[in-house]
Ligand binder design. Structure first.
Ligand code: SAM
Ligand code: SF4
Length: 323
């Protein structure tokens, strides 16, 4: 198993398959996707080679993300190839859900095991103000379709935003009363591009955490290899509520993930200054050689990010790497 110098074990790869997105979330890509001069993203053979090397190093879960991963026409093939790699037990995906009502069956048939969708508001007008699109209903329909198909570990991500959804907390709680999903509130992260927005909109996750405790939500015990999210359950609710609080002390101590961009760059942290280009080696080195290369590079992973001091590394926005 890939282990760094701080004894953190990495069994989880977040793989971006495109930087392109069709939404304009105001904390992420307020002007929409504009960087059109990028080379082509990794192709299916390159992705297969990359995932095989990670699997040889003990990776058991791959999350496909973006940008918006459903914009890739070969998404079902990508899922199928990731799933075919020996050792990979779970292929997950994060999507804005925009086109998923039409794609969900093909994607599930390809072998997708779990799905995270994103909806930062349950009010159509507010959703449109945040994303630039009037598509809330499509996302919510996708959630219900995924529940009906019995997809495991279904999650709905919502970034906490002071002006847009902080007042909607109760509506979000009500939403999971009869839905067996995990609603994940993510604390807004400062990135290179969103400094001013961050100052206006950031709400500390601990404020919501206190409310949950006051309302008798109980934290669920985490497994040894679980990531940094804290999850809460309540006997009156079918769903759970998760909190992702990147500004909390010790957040990085339980980091279990590595990230690769759609161009094949290994990022040891979402907020690292540097990345390492794996693309030249994907189709030229054996799985063993590539796995050794990755193992060597992981030793440079730092103990933690320095977000609290406003340091955001080279990450301009999370569409570059998938959150
Ligand atoms: N486009 C897909 C989506 O929105 O679900 C996948 C990529 S998106 C970057 C992954 C997740 O990161 C989304 O849930 C999004 O809300 C979240 N995200 C993006 N920028 C963020 C930020 N600055 N702070 C916290 N979460 C962010
Ligand atoms: Fe696109 Fe996701 Fe960023 Fe929104 S958060 S702009 S859907 S990549």
């Amino acid at each position: 198993m890939l282990t760094d110098q701080f004894q953190r074990r990495f069994n989880y790869l977040r793989l971006s398959i495109t930087d392109v997105c069709n939404f304009r979330c105001n904390y992420c890509l307020p002007d929409g996707y504009c960087d059109e001069k990028q080379p082509e993203p990794l192709n299916v053979d390159e992705i297969h080679a990359l995932v095989s090397a990670f699997a040889a190093n003990g990776t058991r879960k791959v999350r496909i993300t973006g940008g918006e991963p459903t914009l890739r026409k070969d998404l079902p093939e990508i899922i199928r190839r990731c799933k075919s790699v020996e050792g990979i037990q779970t292929v997950a995906m994060t999507s804005n859900g925009y086109r998923m009502t039409k794609q969900i069956d093909e994607i599930l048939d390809a072998g997708l095991d779990s799905l995270n969708l994103s909806a930062d508001s349950l009010q159509p007008d507010t959703f449109r103000l945040i994303t630039g699109h009037d598509k809330l209903q499509q996302v919510l329909d996708t959630v219900d379709m995924a529940i009906a198909r019995g997809i495991k570990n279904l999650k709905l991500n919502a970034v906490l935003l002071r002006q847009y959804n902080w007042q909607e907390r109760q509506q979000f709680f009500d939403y999971v009363k009869h839905r067996p999903i995990s609603l994940r509130f993510i604390e807004l992260m400062r990135t290179g591009d969103n400094g001013e927005y961050f100052e206006q909109q950031h709400v500390r996750g601990t404020t919501l955490q206190q409310q949950l405790v006051d309302e008798d939500w109980v934290s669920v015990l985490k497994g040894a290899d679980a990531g940094p999210a804290i999850e809460y359950a309540h006997p009156d609710y079918q769903g759970k509520i998760g909190l992702i609080m990147p500004y909390s002390k010790d957040f990085c101590a339980s980091c279990n993930r590595l990230r690769v961009s759609s161009q094949g760059k290994l990022h040891l942290c979402l907020f690292a200054d540097d990345n390492m280009d794996l693309r030249p080696y994907l189709l030229t080195e054996s799985t063993t050689e590539l796995a050794q290369r990755i193992e060597y590079l992981v030793q440079d992973k730092l103990a933690g990010h320095d977000l609290a001091s406003g340091f955001t590394g080279a990450t301009r926005h999370l569409a570059m790497l998938g959150g």
